[in-house]
Design a protein around this ligand. Structure first.
Ligand code: CP3
Length: 346
């Protein structure tokens, strides 16, 4: 199964090598800010059909690489393909976002992991196609949502900034909630291993709602399940670098990194440079430009980019945003950001 994978600047940075200029890619780099994305998006009936059509998903993955020459491509898919594959209905409503049929915790045993591989076969086919079409120097990132973040969508059926419905349900029935988290950790590990086997060169685990958990719940429902996933994937496919992105983990980030031991830690834009530099002693860091600086452009963008480059120049680092690019971002600002990062600092 192990194919020889080309060593890229991106993979070497994740493994701890310092590079100037640093490798660069953007979270949500395939998406609605690109006219060529909007064009092919209209060819699929719904968003999930788009994700499950290998030709279209592969094309969407390649679009930002052709335009900007990023060091890494991220598979065009979604974290919610896992609940969908487990049999929970997932719909994407235009202008509203994802909607699921809320999962009561006494129905966790209805979820069926046996269908995962078959259901997600088109995703793996999209990876094979994409890896074959990408230049050797461009890495392909596979990804999944972390169990807690997936559970917030599954239990509440939708997202909310504080995740109150899922916190309430989890504290009300922590034993059943543990079961859901465990089942999701197994499903996520399986999906990540399958993405490696299909041709991904690195992985990212998104815990987008980690910041909603309190100090007692954070180790139980964010840190431990992610640590277990990282260990399971490493055990099965050693050597493939893993990035974790526990968004808004705040002052728990250092402890999280010490427990999970990922190859790289994704930083949201609130993470202080001192914390980031401490993380760099044991891991690569990735981040953390505020996507609104990219929307604004001009001096806000220039000083944001320069400050981050300067802050992380002495350790392993991958330039990225602190969260996903938003649809109203001007393409010219992305071009300017790439130019500025690649020009480096003296
Ligand atoms: O380019 C890439 O980054 C790869 C593709 C990707 C998508 N979603 C495509 C997408 C990735 C990595 C994701 C991850 C994802 N999806 C996360 C974790 C990262 C984060 O943003 O915190 C989450 C929480 C989701 C769930 C999700 N999917 C939401 C909340 C939404 C609606 C929000 C929105 O921007 O509309 C989606 C839809 C979605 N996923 C779109 C894209 C390009 C937009 C839908 C469309 O094009 O119609």
């Amino acid at each position: 199964m192990e194919k020889a994978r080309p060593s890229t600047r991106f993979v070497r940075a994740l493994k701890g090598e310092r590079a100037s200029p640093p490798p660069i890619w953007m979270m949500r780099q395939a998406g609605r800010y690109l006219p060529e994305y909007r064009e092919i998006r209209s060819q699929a009936a719904g968003f999930l059909d788009f994700c499950y059509t290998p030709k279209l998903a592969s094309e969407a993955t390649l679009q930002p690489i052709r335009r900007f020459g990023f060091d890494a491509a991220i598979l065009f898919s979604d974290i919610l393909v896992i609940p969908d594959a487990l049999g929970q209905g997932v719909r994407f409503e235009e202008g509203v976002g994802p909607r699921l049929d809320p999962l009561p915790l006494d129905r966790v045993s209805d979820l069926d992991r046996s269908r995962l591989a078959d259901h997600l076969a088109p995703v793996y086919e999209a990876i094979e196609r994409t890896r074959a079409a990408l230049p050797d120097e461009t890495s392909l990132i596979g990804f999944a949502g972390a169990p807690w973040t997936l559970a917030t969508y599954m239990v509440a059926g939708r997202t909310s900034p504080d995740q109150a419905p899922t916190r309430r349900a989890a504290f009300g029935d922590p034993v059943r909630f543990d079961r859901l988290i465990d089942l999701l950790a197994d499903a996520v590990a399986q999906h990540l291993v399958a993405q490696i086997d299909a041709g991904c060169d690195a992985l990212q685990i998104f815990d987008s709602w980690a910041g909603a958990l309190d100090t007692l719940a954070f180790p139980r429902w964010s840190e431990k399940p992610i640590a277990r996933i990282v260990a399971m994937v490493r055990d099965k496919r050693p050597g493939v670098p893993i990035i974790v992105f526990p968004r808004n983990a705040g002052d728990r980030l250092l402890d999280f990194a010490a427990k999970v031991r990922p190859d790289a830690v994704g930083l949201d834009w609130s993470v202080g440079f001192e914390t980031g530099r401490r993380l760099q002693k044991a891991a690569c860091v990735q981040g953390n430009l505020d996507p609104m600086r990219l929307v604004a452009g001009g001096p806000a963008l220039a000083e944001g980019v320069d400050t981050i480059l300067e802050a992380f120049r002495d350790g392993p680092f991958v330039f990225n945003l602190g969260h996903g690019i938003v649809p109203e971002t001007p393409i010219a600002h992305v071009e300017e950001m790439v130019r500025r990062v690649r020009r480096g600092i003296e």
